[in-house]
Each structure stands twice: as C-alpha cells, then as structure tokens.
Write a protein that binds this ligand. Structure first.
Ligand code: 5AD
Ligand code: SF4
Length: 440
C-alpha cells in the first residue's frame, strides 16, 4: 500500500440488521470526533466504511461488488474499511481477495478504527477481529443528535447455535451491557432528541444485569425517565420470553404493543433440526400469554423456507401457523447455507426453484396477514410518533404503537406524538386523520 493523505470526509454504509445500523451510527460519531466530516450527498468520500452483513450468502457477497464499485476509473480508490460480520468471518480472506481494502475491523473492535486509519494513511493494511473482554461501548463516544426513534444496543451475541446461523460465530457469545451504563446512555439519547428507544440485541430478552435482573427491570427503569415516550425491544428468542417480560406488556404503558418473536418454521421436526429448542406448541403458548397480558399486541416473526430436508408437507405446516397467528408483519427468507454451520453439511439441501416457490407462497400469506391486521386497525385512534416529512405538501410520516407506518397531513413537527384516527389501510401503510393539533 502507498501512503495516502489523511481522510477529510467519510461515508458509513450499513447493511443487514438494526444492530449494524446502530454500530454504523456509533462509528460515524467516532469518525466525527476525529475531525472527519460526513461526505456531502453525491460526493465521493475519502474514507468509506462498509458495515457488512454475513447472515445470508447474498448479503455476504455484496461486499465484494461494493468494493469493486468504489474503484475510480484510474484504478485508485478511497480508503476502504470493511466492518461488520463479514469482516469478522472472513478477515484475512477479504485482505487477500480485495487489495483495495486497507482496514478490516470486526464488530467488537470498532473503537480501534482511528488507530487503523492512521496506519492506513501510513500505508499499512490491518485486520482487527479480536473480541476483547472490555466492550467497545465504553470506548465509543456518545451520540450528540439523534432522530425521535433511536436504537440502544443492550446485548450482543448469541449462545443458541441454531444450526443454520452464523451469528454465534460472528458476534460471539451472549454479552449484556451493565444496567447503569444503559440508563446513562438512554438519558443521553433522550437529551439528544430521542422520544422512542428500541433496545437491541441478537437475543435481547436474554439480557441480564450482574444482579441477574431481566429485561423487564430495564424497561421499567427506562419508563421512569421523563421525556422518553416509547420503548421497544428486538429481537427475542422464544426460550428467553419470561413471564416477567410478558407482564411488562400489561404493566408498563410506555412499552409498545409489539412483539417480534421469530419462529422460523411451523413444523416440529424442522424446528428440532434447526436446534431451535422450542416447539410450535410452546411458541403458540407464549403468544397466548402475551395476548392475555396485552390483548392488542401486534405480532411479528422471522421465517426460513427450504431448510435442509424440509418437505412440502412440513412447509405447509408453516403456512398453517401463519394463518393461525395472524401476524402484523414478518420477515421471510430462503435458507442460505453458511460455511461452518452444521446445516450446511446436512443432507437434503432443497433446490433453489423449490425455495423460490415456497417463499412466494409464504410471502403471499404474510402479505395477506399484514393487510388484514392493518384493516382491523381502521377506526382506531392512536398516537403517531412523527419521524419525517412525507412526499406531499403538509404530509408527515410516523409509526403507530403497533409499528405500522402512518401518514397524515396537518400541523406537526418531527418528534411530536400526534393523535390520529386510522382511516385508510394498505398492505404497507395506513393513513390517519389528525385529531389533535401539535403540542410544543
Ligand atoms: N439462511 C436464511 N435465513 C437465515 N436467518 C439466519 N440465518 C439464516 C440462513 N442461514 C434468518 C432467520 C433469523 C433472521 C435474522 O435471519 O430468520 O431470525
Ligand atoms: Fe442465530 Fe438462532 Fe442465535 Fe437467532 S437465536 S442469532 S437465529 S443462532
């Protein structure tokens, strides 16, 4: 590598889950603290951070085409850092395959970026995929300005080892951040403009403080902070869904009526092969209990079609489950064999054409379910947290308590909670009629 001038501008591109979005924001703050400024829209940045996702093959391959696109006509390129889960999983391989990359930094090493940039400027390429005991969170600067809806990572990593999943390898073992650090960061987020905080974790409901208190205690403590209006959490594993957390949906009004609880399949044999350690019945029983605690709760989930060995009849069980639950929204994916995971070695890999057909059928069922949920909301009044302006004059976009996108026109400002009546429902959004003028 040749020496390059120190970067003056940066761009962080995050792919994949919300945790990457959160990490991307934190990296941006870190770069800003170094005096590097965001590259203006449409202009090339001196430093590009590709914050990658490794969960499915397509997502992982994307990084190489993105690197290719960053090259200029004369063969030169900006300083490129590859961060995120592809960095963790393929550190040295990226260095070998993509000479334009000068830094590879794993999700637990982001605080080392400034030192790596200094090395890169001096012409040294570096890989840092260590998972140090001291968490990166302590070393990252606070965010100064955030939108009304902010993320707060409370837990990282996963000990569940579902047989298809790379997360336990890329993000490591489950680690919870301490209660007092989280309260302090939440307070800073609220000062910086947050009205809603979404607690993030690969297994967010496995969060435990040293005193062994569970996520509901953190939610209760956050709810007591003035200025915070809404609390959400994602993603949860059915096995960590404690009664205490379910009760919080009844007892804490600021906890929004929404639960993202991935199930992956509606068939017990497939669930066992996936090492999910729950059954369809135990999953449904949790949903019954959360509905008892909060009857209007909106449910969401993740599904995988075409897991190795999945038969047509087993896939039909998934469709039946969708029908039975009545989801408000869901994510669904074709199984993607990930190197190093047990499922990648299993017999009975399902042909792509079969997966395509199953995914289309599942998505049709999920879309119908989502539309039915939205239609059932018509006539309800609720508060919408305004997140941005809409395309039309005087139009605003925000989220209902059930995480639906709602648009309305009238007097409002970003960050307001506006009371509306839901008057029209489409598959992906609803339209609201303003009932109350903006306050504040
Ligand atoms: N193939 C397809 N989907 C996957 N997911 C995780 N690993 C894979 C894989 N190998 C999905 C699961 C998980 C979501 C984040 O991504 O549904 O809940
Ligand atoms: Fe992956 Fe399973 Fe852990 Fe979720 S619970 S991150 S799917 S291993």
């Amino acid at each position: 590598m040749r020496r390059t001038p120190p970067p003056r501008t940066y761009r962080v591109k995050s792919f994949g889950c919300q945790m990457n979005v959160y990490d991307g924001e934190r990296m941006a703050e870190l770069l800003a603290q170094q005096g590097i400024t965001p590259a203006p829209e449409g202009e090339e940045a001196d430093l590009v951070v590709l914050n990658t996702c490794h969960i499915r093959e397509k997502a992982a391959e994307k990084v190489y085409s993105d690197i290719g696109r960053l090259k200029r006509e004369d063969g030169s390129a900006p300083l490129i850092a590859v961060a995120g889960c592809v960095a963790q999983a393929e550190g040295e391989e990226i260095m070998a395959r993509a000479p334009a990359v000068s830094m590879v930094v794993g999700p637990q090493a982001y605080h080392r970026l400034p030192a790596m940039i200094a090395d890169a400027v001096a012409g040294k390429r570096a890989v840092d995929t260590d998972m140090p005991a001291q968490t990166k969170f302590d070393a990252l600067p606070a965010r100064r300005k955030v939108g009304p809806s902010a993320f707060l990572t409370v837990q990282e990593g996963c000990d569940k080892f579902c047989t298809y999943c790379v997360v336990p390898y890329t993000r490591g073992a489950e680690v919870s951040r301490p209660f007092k650090d989280l309260l302090a960061e939440a307070e800073r987020l609220i000062e910086a403009g947050a009205k809603e905080i979404t607690l993030l974790g690969q297994n967010v409901n496995a969060w435990r403080d040293e005193g062994n208190c569970g996520l509901e205690k953190l939610i209760e403590a956050l709810a007591a902070i003035p200025g915070l209006e809404r609390i959400r959490y994602t993603t949860s594993h059915p096995n960590d869904m404690t009664q205490g957390l379910l009760d919080a949906h009844r007892d804490v009004p600021k906890l929004m009526p929404f639960l993202h609880l991935p199930v992956q399949s509606g068939n017990d044999r497939v669930l066992k092969a996936m090492n999910r350690s729950h059954t369809v019945a135990s999953y449904l029983e949790i949903l019954d209990r959360v509905r008892a605690a909060r009857p209007d709760i909106a449910l969401s989930g993740d599904f995988i079609v075409g897991f190795p060995g999945e038969t047509d009849a087993e896939f039909e069980d998934t469709l039946r489950l969708v029908e039975q639950v009545g989801y408000a929204q869901c994510f669904s994916f074709k199984y993607s064999a990930r190197p190093g995971t047990p499922a990648a070695e299993m017999d009975g890999q399902v042909p792509l054409t079969v997966m395509d057909e199953r995914l289309a059928r599942l998505q049709a069922a999920l879309n119908a379910s989502q539309l039915a949920f939205n239609r059932a909301s018509l006539g309800k009044t609720c508060e919408v947290l305004v997140e941005r302006r809409g395309k039309l004059q005087g139009q605003w976009l925000g989220k209902s308590p059930w995480l639906q996108s709602v648009h309305f026109t009238g007097e409002a400002a970003i960050g307001d909670l506006i009371r509306v009546e839901l008057v029209e429902a489409g598959p992906n959004s609803l339209s609201g009629r303003l009932l109350q003028p903006a306050h504040g």
